[in-house]
Design a protein around this ligand. Sequence first.
Ligand code: MLT
Length: 400
Amino acid sequence: MINVNDAFRTLGQNYLFSEVAARLKSFSAKHPEARIIRMDIGDVTRPIPEAALTAMHAAVDEMASTDTFHGYGPEQGYSFLREAIATHDYRSRGLEIDADDIFISDGAKSDIGNLGDILPPQAVIALPDPGYPVYYDANAINGRTRFVSLNATPENGFVPSLPQERPDVIYMCFPNNPTGAALTREGLQQWVDYALANDVLIVYDSAYEAFVRTPGTVRSVYEAAGAERCAIEVRSFSKTAGFTGLRCGYTVVPTQLKGIFSDGTETEIRRLWNRRQCTKFNGASYIIQRGAAALYSPEGRRQTKELADVYLRNAAIIRSGLSDIGIKAYGGVDSPYIWAQCPAGLSSWETFDFLLNEAGVSTTPGSGFGNKGEGFLRLTAFNTEANTREAMTRLASLRK
Ligand code: MLT
């Protein structure tokens, strides 16, 4: 027999969203007439912004001619996209991030999973609970066994307290998946100060920054002084620009971020990530990177903002719909996610099944995001406005 990775036995049978999808498939097989409204995985429904589409069409045409054909690209991403990101996502907001510190990828999920390759196997990992399941699952697959939970509850406004014991790495996500909580600049500074004082690496998942509208709310970890010396930031075009099916994201590993090997030798962490990417990744598609770069043109910026605004309006519809039927809910202001309390006495999977069976509305059970997610459901604002309204009407009718 072949020896395999024992770590897989510590994981749930299925990845959270695969489990949800499996239950939906089985429900649909039994009820082919049911029109399910999907408010579970954060998959977008609006088409790609026109600016990106036009650029991708042109990039496809380039592939048709020997003179303009593109084969392997740089593993780190094309400079036209890295420069556009540095200029518009960082420098225009007063954040000094160099294009060379930006690594283009096929999405934030891959980067979050892959970052474990540059961490030591014995690293102690602090994870938000509830949190995006990839943080735990990917580290467990890498063989890590030492985890510290950072509890996010209604009592602390879903912003955990600093850890009691020093971890090696802290995962943070704001605007938060799944709770929809946002972070203030002062709040962020505390974490960065802690990380700097304790030689801790922050992996900051900023996949939902495009939904921030409230002044003073953090979009980037680098808004905190000193963060370039302790933090890696991961971002995605998936929710910002409807790229869930196209796949493009990026990770910032600042040159100032230093690590130490077990023999005491210092290194730039950026070098390790670069080495990892060059070994295991051949770069994101040229066509998709052209599409992503076009999002930074004046039209592209306007179109992506409009896209996020549509989903934020849906989030407001969900918040008021839930409130009208007496369900306590959080988030959905600077975020496309709404974190709703389950009815008393029902677990989050029981509530998921109840809503699916009785209303044909599919949600994500909070317990899939960690123990502290039990008793909650996550609803996404990424469906169409008509479906979002219809889902709220269906939920309201259950109360009658
Ligand atoms: C989510 O629903 O949490 C996200 O869509 C998952 C992902 O981006 O991988």
